[in-house]
Design a binder for this molecule. Structure first.
Ligand code: ACO
Length: 405
């Protein structure tokens, strides 16, 4: 029970909104979402059009600057991204000093925070897209690929200037001196689409973290590092990893689909349908529809499951989706697949290990975080974020000396 008197203080009435479900924390011109109708637009452009016609780099430019680049601007951005792709050699020490089982999200957030010490130049906020932003977008991809190579005990692979942003990531991840990686342009397209779909999603948990931390006027690397940490959780970016865990559990334990659905409905069972439900979407997540199509593009019959072959987990996922959508519990609560439901299957088909799924999400979300950080920094009405609370503790109590406790 809340003591209603505590909702008032000298500054007036305080709203109490756990999880901020109904609280607008800023005004923004970046991303539009309509959760009832399943609409998502970046700078007014429907996500379906961007997924079909754009690339991740172009979409990043759109989010940050507010407009699509012309040919010259896009070429310039790509050249700058290529120029910035190498890591300072001294940063490699991070990988060596982490335990081999360390989660790559922890390593990534620490390395991004450390970038401030390696690249301390200040950002010119008036510039449409600053070198600091391009450096972050480019190097985060290199850091992720290097983390993977080092975790495998393999030699790191440097980026190639003739490859696009997405192709270069696959090259750095999978090329090796014994078996050179043969570029598969369906995979490159699927990766572009995966990153485009994740590039922004208005005031979600990690973006809100970037804005809140940024409002204290920390440097951009510290704010992005906070976003990466927030994304790590299984209710947010960690859900794509959790979906695969859930599908494997269903397969390995021989759970029937109806048993899995029953477990998800049982409030005494911690099992939830991961990749289902969303704070804003009360209908099918438009990104999940596109991600499902990507499964059709890249899953090929003639390949092993870990490298683009037919994945038995996809059959389980589709059966689970059908059963849940037909179930009154999920219907009444408006629980539909979200972007994470099929994204893990797409990433698995690319050969991305499960513990790197959330890192893949972070690379994709980075342009959105940067766009939101910049919008906030340029907002003349910006104030330091400082929510209030409803105090429920003792009103006043005396200090008890140690001997009397
Ligand atoms: N499986 C079973 N029941 C669910 C699920 C689910 N996946 N999601 C929500 N519910 C139920 C809750 O138990 C709750 O039931 P109740 O009203 O009887 O108590 C009701 O639906 C509302 O759920 P909340 O958790 O209160 O909704 P909220 O908006 O706070 O949470 C969230 C949204 C975190 C996404 C939730 O649906 C969930 O945990 N989903 C699974 C994790 C997931 O897929 N996360 C990815 C989100 S998308 C992203 O970050 C990219």
């Amino acid at each position: 029970a809340i003591d209603i008197r505590s909702l008032r203080d000298s500054t007036g009435l305080i709203t109490y909104d756990p999880g901020f479900g109904n609280t607008g924390s800023c005004s923004s011109a970046i991303t539009f979402m309509d959760g009832e109708r399943g609409i998502l637009r970046y700078r007014g452009i429907p996500i379906e059009q961007l997924a079909e016609r754009s690339t991740f780099v172009e979409t990043a430019y759109l989010l940050i600057t507010g407009k699509l680049p012309n040919r010259e601007e896009l070429t310039h951005t790509s050249v700058m991204l290529n120029d910035a792709s190498l890591l300072h050699e001294d940063m490699k020490i991070f990988y060596q000093n982490y335990p081999s089982k360390a989660h790559p999200m922890g390593i990534l957030s620490a390395m991004v925070n450390a970038m401030r010490s390696f690249y301390p130049e200040l950002i010119d906020l008036e510039e449409d897209i600053s070198i600091t932003f391009l450096r972050l977008i480019s190097k985060v991809r290199t850091m992720a690929a290097m983390a993977y190579k080092i975790s495998k005990g393999h030699k790191t692979v440097y980026p190639r200037p003739d490859y696009s942003y997405a192709a270069n990531f696959l090259h750095m991840m999978f090329d090796n001196p014994v078996i050179p990686y043969e570029m598969d342009y369906d995979m490159v397209q699927a990766l572009n689409v995966f990153w485009i779909l994740h590039a922004d999603h208005e005031q979600n948990c990690s973006t809100a973290a970037v804005r809140v931390v940024g409002s204290g006027q920390v440097n951009v690397y510290a704010a992005i590092s906070a976003g990466i940490s927030a994304l790590w959780g299984p209710l947010h970016g960690g859900a794509n990893q959790a979906v695969i865990g859930m599908l494997e559990q269903i397969r390995n334990e021989g759970l029937t689909i109806s048993k899995a659905v029953a477990k998800a409905k049982d409030k005494n069972d911690p099992f939830r349908l991961m990749g289902f439900g969303h704070r804003v979407y009360k209908t099918y997540d438009p990104r999940a529809k596109i991600m499902k199509k990507m499964c059709d593009l890249i899953l090929k019959k003639d390949r092993p499951a870990e490298n683009g072959g037919m994945d038995p987990l996809l059959d389980i996922a589709m059966a689970l989706e059908d059963a849940a959508l037909a179930d009154p519990y999920f219907q009444e609560k408006n629980l539909y697949p979200n972007v994470d439901f099929y994204s893990g299957i797409v990433l698995r088909a690319m050969g991305i290990p499960t513990n790197m799924f959330t890192v893949m999400f972070a690379i994709g979300r980075l342009p959105g975080w940067l766009a939101q950080w910049r919008e906030d920094a340029l907002d003349p009405l910006r104030k330091i974020s400082r929510p209030r609370q409803v105090y429920t503790g003792e009103t006043i109590t005396d200090y008890t000396p140690m001997d009397e406790r």
